[in-house]
Design a protein around this ligand. Structure first.
Ligand SMILES: [Zn+2]
Length: 186
């Protein structure tokens, strides 16, 4: 890959992450019962499908953002090559993504340990990237990570205990007020 192609690939991932962060923000405003996470499936530079976490809203435990985005891509009859998520996909999603043979690259903004530190996900064993059939890229722009983390300042989660599911609550009104006061859009 020459330098120019590489740079524009990175820029495309960054721009897609930016769009995904806006989707996650919208999720935090509209859907207070799920973690505000969004994912976008691309085929090259074309958007194949977008999704946010809907597992609690739809009562479909597998319906994380990544699975929702891949489902939209399938619905649109587009084989995606790239998946960009606002947060590092969980193990279940990594496996679901691996089942989509056309996916070559998975990129994410917020690493899982940051969500663990905020007690929004259970600590899990990190997946070995070498075991996955696609490249995994962490987008490490500090400004973008900061922006992607913002909705989680308004999100609480009581963890799952024996037989009781985790309960997520987003304070959408407080987040809306925060967005209104934020100096500039990304
Ligand atoms: Zn997941």
């Amino acid at each position: 890959m020459n330098m120019l192609v590489e740079q524009s690939f990175e820029r495309m991932l960054d721009n897609t992450a930016k769009r995904a962060i806006r989707l996650a923000e919208r999720s935090a405003l509209d859907n207070p019962v799920d973690l505000p996470i969004a994912a976008i499936a691309l085929r090259g530079a074309m958007i194949a499908g977008e999704g946010t976490a809907l597992d609690q809203k739809l009562q479909q435990p597998h319906m994380h953002a990544e699975v929702a985005a891949l489902g939209r891509a399938r619905h649109n009859h587009i084989d995606p090559t790239i998946l960009v998520s606002t947060a590092e996909p969980c193990v279940k999603c990594q496996i679901a993504i691996a089942a989509v043979e056309s996916i070559e690259t998975v990129a994410f903004v917020v690493p899982r340990w940051m969500l663990e530190a905020k007690k929004l996900v259970n600590p899990g064993k990190p997946i070995d990237p070498d075991s996955l059939p696609y490249n995994v890229i962490q987008l490490d722009d500090p400004e973008q990570i900061k922006k992607a983390l913002e909705p989680y300042d308004f999100t609480q989660r009581t963890p799952a205990t024996n037989g009781v599911e985790a309960v997520t609550k987003v304070d959408s009104d407080a987040f809306r007020a925060h967005l209104a006061e934020r100096p500039s859009a990304i």
